[in-house]
Design a protein around this ligand. Structure first.
Ligand code: 4AD
Length: 461
């Protein structure tokens, strides 16, 4: 089979040979002698021009070459006389794999992103989503490569879990109980003993706790898996199902954690800049002229590091009228984070030492008794892209915190055990994969960087 993907054909200088290209027709135009077909197979943003002499084909074949149809073309690869492309095919034989008709929703260019979300089954065939999906792949590959190159092991943590890592109670229940006839125990509560797992279970919000167990055996690990949050956040930065990358490192303190997070983001974004130049250029042109500059800035600028308390001082001293008041002890809102990154420092920021009451139970308490050794990495346009911390490795302090925060101690017996047997200083963080893809593609809505977004009231496809 001479089938060659379009990316390779367009880069080829081996002309005057017979080749076969296969793909989906973007457009067909022409005159009474020739048809010009733009063919795309998703291997690159660029389409290949096919030139067909009408006299050499039967009328029905040409009629079937409509927008959306899938075809196979065999012909001679020639140097293109047109500007902007190297090669084109002079067709000798065209086979129609699958016809399309005028009801194909992607007839003309320029659909809104909102409309394309309604046809998520077809949107990968648009230039925009082709680019997004290729960049998404390149980033996933770069992440695995980054960790593999540095001696980290990939760990598969469970998707169904009996514990709530973030302690926020925003979990989806997993059950096989008959919801129309829920069994009750003598106290009148749901009898989970009769459920599939014999206890209450949920979809995980994070693989961190199990990741920590692995780090306390293999030293350097990372997870890359789906996570689920039942938070009713209808924002351009929240999904109910998203992918998270969570490295966990034995013997790392907060400073080491920050260094890794910064180097990691610079490296994977650098990989995308190097390997997805065509797609980034296309998205820059269509949506966001500043995209490439913003990506270059991440790679070249040292991230600004400061404590939460210092950030509160800056926000309080600013003249800006925020919707949410700035107060030590309150969580920072996206408007505060964006002010720090976009208007004050003009570069990514790593905020550390948050008040312990607004952070999860597992974070290491600082010597001041008020803050924890947390770190959030804030990016322009996105806000928080990474959240992480040094972990509490002291058994008594950890147990106290679990109790103080009203969590179920019994759910965490195994986690507490690691603080009894060979505990060590360790740290880790979580990167929201879609927020990274959003940053690198410049897409303003997170629903447009995952093939099938899951958000409140939306689980189509
Ligand atoms: O800050 P979070 O909640 O941290 C954790 O889950 C820790 N267990 C991570 C760790 O230390 N191993 O979430 C981490 C990141 C956020 O910074 C954000 O990028 C992303 O996950 N994230 C979301 N992305 C999309 N939709 C949501 N609903 C998200 N919630 C968090």
């Amino acid at each position: 089979m001479n089938h060659i993907y379009i990316k390779e054909l367009l880069a080829s200088t081996e002309f005057d040979r017979e080749v076969t290209a296969k793909g989906w027709v973007r457009t067909r135009r022409g005159n009474k002698n020739l048809a010009f077909i733009e063919l795309n197979d998703g291997s690159t943003i660029n389409s290949l021009q096919i030139v067909a002499e009408l006299a050499a084909f039967d009328e029905q074949t040409i009629k079937n070459i409509t927008t959306g149809a899938c075809i196979s073309v065999t012909g001679i690869l020639v140097k293109s006389p047109g500007a902007g492309q190297l090669a084109e095919i002079q067709a000798k034989n065209i086979e129609i794999y699958g016809c399309s008709d005028e009801t194909y929703p992607l007839q003309k260019k320029g659909h809104t992103l909102e409309f394309l979300r309604e046809i998520a089954h077809l949107r990968p065939r648009t230039n925009t989503f082709g680019s997004v999906l290729r960049i998404r792949h390149a980033l996933a590959f770069a992440i695995h490569k980054y960790f593999n190159d540095r001696g980290f092991y990939n760990i598969h943590t469970p998707i169904i879990t009996g514990s709530d890592c973030e302690g926020a109670g925003e979990m989806f229940a997993v059950t096989t109980l008959d919801l129309n006839n829920v069994p009750k125990n003598p106290e009148g509560a749901i009898d989970f003993q009769q459920d599939f797992f014999g206890k209450e279970t949920h979809l995980t919000v994070s693989g961190q706790l199990e990741g920590e167990l692995a780090a306390m055996a293999l030293s350097l690990i990372y997870t890359f898996g789906p996570t689920f949050r039942a938070e009713n956040s209808n924002t351009p930065r929240h999904l109910a199902e998203f992918w998270m990358i969570e490295p966990e490192m034995a013997f790392y303190e907060l400073e080491d954690n920050m260094n890794l997070a910064e180097d990691f983001l610079k490296t994977v974004i650098g990989h995308a800049l190097e390997h997805c130049a065509d797609d980034i250029a296309f998205l820059s042109k269509l949506y966001d002229a500043e995209l490439k500059n913003r990506l270059d800035l991440i790679v070249s600028e040292k991230f600004q590091r400061l404590t939460y308390t210092e950030a509160i001082d800056i926000l309080t001293a600013s003249e800006k009228k925020f919707e949410f008041p700035v107060k030590w002890g309150s969580d920072l809102q996206s408007e505060h984070e964006r002010y720090l990154v976009e208007q004050h420092f003009h570069k990514p920021v790593i905020l550390t030492h948050y008040p312990k009451d607004i952070k999860a139970f597992y974070m290491k308490q600082s010597e001041d008794g008020k803050t924890v050794k947390a770190m959030d990495v804030l990016f322009p346009g996105i806000g928080e892209i990474i959240g992480g911390s040094q972990r509490e490795d002291n058994y008594d302090k950890l147990l106290n915190r679990i109790r103080e925060m009203g969590l179920k101690e019994a759910d965490f017996w195994w986690y507490l055990d690691t603080r009894k047997f060979g505990a060590c200083p360790h740290s880790g963080f979580g990167l929201g994969f879609e927020r990274l893809v959003q940053f690198v593609t410049g897409m303003s809505n997170i629903r447009d960087v995952i093939p099938f977004p899951r958000t409140p009231k939306n689980s189509e496809f």
